[in-house]
Design a protein around this ligand. Structure first.
Ligand SMILES: NC(=O)c1ccc[n+]([C@@H]2O[C@H](COP(=O)([O-])OP(=O)(O)OC[C@H]3O[C@@H](n4cnc5c(N)ncnc54)[C@H](OP(=O)(O)O)[C@@H]3O)[C@@H](O)[C@H]2O)c1
Length: 248
């Protein structure tokens, strides 16, 4: 068991499935206290119950990251319950895909609201606590699409590029407060993400691609753990990984 994970209070948004859920399980198994946020509270409560039954500490908080007050409530619940916040993982996200001329305005708005504003709200909600503590770690989830763009993926890639830019600005700003910042950019990972693609042709093609190359979500959990478990004077700023088979 890694002592640099054990005992840490870790908030995870989007913990009800996929990468966030895998991170919660992995970190809890290494002794972290996990504070789980997402909209599907039934799933979060089930997960919290399971982690507690296995000897862990976990709490579920219904959270829609597009509402700042709900993200603040998630952070406040962590502080009130456990007295501090060591890590925030800004993981909630979705990945609609379509060419711009299909004018999927609703998709554009939701993607920007969750993937960009949700990350900013997480940072805004947790910074006062971490600054007062003079310690903390903010982990933002970007993507290979934060480094590259392909036809049909312009809006998603734009949001994930934005996450990297926000993370680099954050990295520089939080130095005086002894706060670490990491951006993790996964390639294709098995999760429910492709269910957020509303255009059938893009959904079918992407699901086929994922069926061929995607790797399990515990790959993400291990990347998160690697960043967290470093000694306090080591700040892992960026991790980019892909399935070995993934060319894009
Ligand atoms: N899977 C991949 O291949 C891959 C690759 C690169 C990056 N990523 C990134 O990894 C992150 C996690 O995605 P995933 O692959 O694990 O997909 P997923 O299984 O669909 O999980 C997405 C999570 O985000 C949550 N979420 C969505 N909208 C939300 C909202 N408004 N408020 C709060 N939570 C919300 C969902 O919970 P609720 O629906 O319960 O709210 C769910 O827990 C995303 O940022 C995604 O862009 C994934």
């Amino acid at each position: 068991m890694s002592t640099n994970i054990e005992g840490k209070v870790v908030i995870i948004t989007g913990a009800s499935s996929g990468l966030g859920e895998a991170a919660a399980r992995h970190l809890s198994s290494h002794g972290a206290t996990v504070v789980l946020g997402a909209r599907r509270i039934d799933r979060l409560e089930e997960l919290a119950k399971e982690l507690i039954a296995a000897g862990g500490r976990a709490i579920a908080v219904a959270t829609d990251v597009t509402h700042f007050d709900q993200v603040q409530r998630l952070v406040d619940t962590a502080v009130q319950t456990y007295g501090r916040v060591d890590v925030l993982i800004n993981n909630a996200g979705l990945m609609p895909q379509s060419p711009l001329d299909r004018r999927k305005i609703e998709d554009w708005n939701r993607t920007i609201d969750v993937n960009i504003k949700g990350v900013l709200y997480g940072i805004g909600a947790v910074l006062p606590t971490m600054q007062a503590q003079k310690s903390g770690h903010i982990i933002n989830v970007s993507s290979v699409a934060g480094h590259k763009v392909r036809a049909g993926g312009a809006v998603y890639a734009a949001t994930k590029h934005a996450v990297r830019v926000i993370s680099e600005g954050l990295r520089q700003e939080v130095k005086p407060f002894n706060i670490r910042s990491t951006v993790i950019s996964p390639g294709a990972v098995d999760s429910e993400l492709t269910d957020s693609i509303t255009e059938t042709d893009f959904a079918d093609a992407t699901k086929k691609f994922y069926a061929e190359v995607a790797v399990p979500a515990d790959s993400f959990a291990r990347a998160v753990a690697f960043a967290i478990e470093q000694p306090a004077d080591i700040d892992i700023n960026e991790i980019l990984y892909r399935p070995t088979r993934q060319e894009y």
